[in-house]
Design a binder for this molecule. Structure first.
Ligand SMILES: *Cc1c(COP(=O)(O)O)cnc(C)c1O
Length: 389
């Protein structure tokens, strides 16, 4: 059982408590203790096969963790949302100083609570020694989001790992936009990797979940004990849906990555034909040397565009037939979002696109129709029909 897709399907078989091919959804919150008094041994709260109470553990959650551990090779803790995972991370590290840059607004929101409640200090991740980075030290946290929301562009993990480790701090990477097998942030120096599994791991826009991946079992056990009392374990139905999702994980991510690259390339090569298109952001358009090493298996399926005016950006989603105008990303259906709706720090000309599993030619025709305005789209549509996908 050595390859990704095989592990995504069979990596959790050994923790399945029944012989159903697909595990039933275990809706129980509590589990009977053994009727043999000799087997009544307190403890075992971090053992996935010790079932006591579902806030601690339950079979569907244990299966998710086993599968993600099989495909990534790292001890994994599953949570009831991506932000619960970040909360678990910051609670575990307990930093006095956090270096952070452009990152998901909810992670900044949690950090704001820490600043308010505990006096945690924050500096910019790109600050130099004189601008505050000199005071970061052992026990502190450098939190990097790459590929970064909402642009889908990349930061060099190796560079930030060195910056953190030179001062004894830890590097956490929010890799939500580049799920496995696109990026393995540990290879480039990450100490903890976080994902909102609501996005690509779930892949069907029907569950909330989060993941932390760590480097050793002791850290996992400490995080599990925190999760137990914070009450942030994933729920029964959601974890069962997530096991379902993981069965098609590799196929979905590979296809979404390839389609996004095709779409971005076409838009970029035909920029002059889209007068409203002012900016196009995507990792595939970056030329930095680290990218080929850090993204050997394809690019993030998320990218952003900026149009020439706020009015054009705001009305663009309503011109499209295949993209839902909605927040979130990573699902089978393509989404576009006028990002100002959910992020009040972002340009009002910006639209974020998440490429789903539709045929990329159909998605491109939809986008080109919306972008061309009164221009002649027939020639472009003919070109799109000839693309090999
Ligand atoms: C969605 C998202 C989160 C938060 O995850 P939830 O599952 O919505 O709590 C964190 N980071 C990034 C990059 C995200 O896209």
């Amino acid at each position: 059982m050595s390859h990704f897709s095989t592990k995504a399907i069979h990596g959790g078989d050994h923790v399945k408590p029944t012989n159903d091919v697909i595990s039933p959804i275990h809706i129980t919150t509590t589990y009977s203790y053994s009727s043999n008094p000799d087997e009544l041994v307190p403890g075992g709260l971090t053992d996935p096969t010790t079932l006591v109470y579902s806030r601690e553990n339950h079979p569907n959650a244990a299966q998710v963790e086993a599968i993600v551990e099989a495909i990534t090779g790292y001890p994994t803790i599953v949570y009831n949302s991506g932000l619960s995972a970040f909360n678990g991370l910051i609670t575990h590290v307990n930093p006095k100083l956090v270096a952070i840059g452009q990152a998901y607004h909810g992670c900044h929101g949690i950090l704001d609570i820490w600043k308010r409640n505990y006096g945690t200090r924050e500096i910019d991740i790109d600050a130099g020694e004189e601008e505050g980075f000199a005071s970061i030290g052992a026990g502190d946290l450098v939190h990097l989001e790459t590929p970064v929301n909402p642009y889908g562009t990349y930061f060099d993990i190796t560079m930030y790992a060195k910056k953190a480790h030179d001062r004894g701090a830890l590097l956490s990477v929010d890799a939500t936009f580049a799920p496995p097998p696109l990026l393995d942030a540990f290879k480039f120096g990450a100490d903890i990797v976080m994902h909102s599994a609501t996005k690509f791991f779930g892949g069907h826009s029907d569950l909330l979940a989060g993941l932390l991946l760590v480097k050793d079992q002791a850290t996992k056990e400490s995080l599990l004990l925190d999760r137990l009392v914070l009450g942030t374990n994933i729920a029964n139905l959601e974890s069962s849906l997530l096991v379902r999702s993981l069965r098609t994980f590799e196929l979905r991510v590979a296809r979404q990555a390839k389609s996004a690259e095709i779409i971005v390339k076409f838009l970029d090569e035909n920029r002059t034909k889209f007068p409203q298109l002012d900016k196009l952001y995507h990792g595939s358009l970056q030329t930095d040397a680290f990218i080929a090493t850090q993204y050997p298996n394809g690019h993030t399926p998320v990218f952003s565009i900026e149009l020439d005016t706020e009015q054009h950006a705001k009305s663009f989603p309503s011109k499209l037939k295949l993209f839902h105008h909605a927040t979130s990303l990573g699902g089978a259906e393509s989404l576009i979002e006028w990002r100002a709706m959910s992020d009040d720090h972002i340009s009002k000309k910006l639209l974020r696109l998440s490429i789903g599993l539709e045929d990329p030619r159909d998605l491109l025709i939809d986008l080109v129709n919306g972008l061309s305005g009164d221009g002649d789209v027939d020639a472009l549509v003919e070109e799109i029909k000839k693309l090999s996908v």
